[in-house]
Design a protein around this ligand. Structure first.
Ligand SMILES: *Cc1c(COP(=O)(O)O)cnc(C)c1O
Length: 389
């Protein structure tokens, strides 16, 4: 089946009632027919046999099967948030003495795990410029356990070459873990390109309508059930059944949303190219993006995010944000509603000036998450706000 069909039907299991829409099994526990059955389930439960919702739940299982079918992995484990997924994937496989190489341009909470938490437990982490394959080559060692990166960095929209980094990782036997949020499951081909483990914050494009937090870890059955599941089911990061139901409904419409958002992002990037108030437009789907060829090879599309660097620094950026009428000021992304963010004062405020400068996050940088509104209204709103700077 093609991806769009899998998004609608994948993983669905119906009860005896034959309900059309997926059921929410809002239950923590499960009653057994007999003491013998309870005993047997605790020894070894089949994929469709459940014990306790922290371990698994029918609605959560439907979500895991649907997203695994889409990404092309054997299995998946759904989590309470994107960060529970990132933390669960890393903490479940690493131990004291291990070495990890990570790209420096990371979502703030991912950076916290790699920079603050893992070293506390004796894991050594080396940071590299993710776009520079020579730095990856120099940083890996025999015995490097994992490499970790965002395939498209937040908020600069710089890409990491998945095939390039994966072959370097493979040469030393390291697992490749990718936070793939900005690439979206729609354009992802990460497993074919060399990823062992793909992680999403489902809070973003998978929900797509700003309702619930969630996340998912995708990988081989061996990794998910033998490494990830024991860690997450005992430490409490599992997804709730209600959230899984929201995410299942999100997956149904994700292809339509993400493709419409991408088309609008392209239209916005084009309208801003050479605009006198704009220093630089960064959109991986625009030929002006330095990694345009890589974006086309890796994703075949530019995605739903556009970064614009305004002349005039923070003052200009704030005047622009405050003049927007359709686009909302927020820090979510992948939402049906278009959202503008000023990373330097919000999502990346915690970083030092030097760190921000080295990541290319200037005071004039605005991150746009393009929604599903009519692109004519979005372009008009953005051009109008630029006039009012
Ligand atoms: C949002 C995000 C996360 C964290 O996800 P939550 O669902 O907010 O916990 C991790 N990585 C990236 C790239 C994100 O955009």
């Amino acid at each position: 089946m093609e991806k769009r069909t899998k998004l609608v039907h994948g993983g669905t299991k119906r009860s005896q009632w034959g309900e059309l829409s997926e059921a929410i099994f809002l239950t923590q526990g499960f009653a057994y027919d007999s003491a013998e059955q309870a005993e047997a389930r605790f020894i070894q439960s089949a994929p469709d046999e459940f014990i306790y919702a922290r371990y698994g739940n029918p609605t959560v299982r439907m979500f895991e099967e649907r997203i695994a079918g889409l990404e092309g992995t054997e299995d998946a484990f759904a989590t309470a948030s994107g960060m529970a997924a990132v933390n669960g994937a890393l903490m479940s496989m690493l131990r004291a003495g291990d070495h990890v190489v990570a790209a420096r341009a990371l979502f703030g909470s991912c950076l916290y795990i790699l920079e603050e938490i893992l070293p506390r437990y004796g894991v050594e982490v080396s940071f590299v410029d993710g776009a520079d394959l020579d730095q990856w080559r120099a940083a890996v060692q025999p015995g490097t356990k994992a490499v970790f990166f965002e395939s498209m960095a937040n908020p600069t929209l710089e890409l990491v070459d998945i095939e390039g980094v994966s072959s370097i990782a493979r040469s030393v036997g390291a697992k490749v873990l990718i936070d793939n949020v900005f690439s979206t499951p729609i354009y992802s081909n990460a497993v074919a390109q060399g990823a062992d483990v793909v992680i999403y914050s489902a809070t973003k494009h998978i929900d797509g309508q700003g309702r619930t937090l969630g996340g998912v870890i995708l990988g081989s059955r061996e990794f998910i059930r033998k490494t990830v599941e024991p860690f997450l089911k005992h430490t409490g990061g599992s997804m709730s059944p209600f959230t899984a139901w929201v995410m299942l409904k999100g997956l149904e419409t994700m292809d339509l949303r993400v493709r419409a958002q991408t088309a609008s992002a392209g239209a916005i990037a084009e309208a801003l190219e050479n605009h006198p108030k704009v220093r630089q437009v960064r959109y991986p789907g625009a030929p002006s993006h330095p990694q345009y060829d890589l974006a086309m090879r890796q994703l075949g599309a530019g995605g739903t995010m556009v970064a614009i660097d305004l002349h005039g620094g923070k003052e200009a950026a704030f005047r622009f944000l405050n003049a927007l009428e359709v686009v909302l000021i927020s820090n979510n992304l992948g939402d049906a509603k278009s959202i503008a963010t000023h990373p330097a004062t919000t999502t990346h405020q915690r970083l030092t000036d030097d760190q921000r400068a080295s990541l290319g996050i200037g005071d004039g940088l605005i991150r746009l998450s393009v929604g599903i509104e009519d692109p004519r209204d979005l372009v008009a709103d953005i051009l109008n706000a630029l006039e009012l700077i």
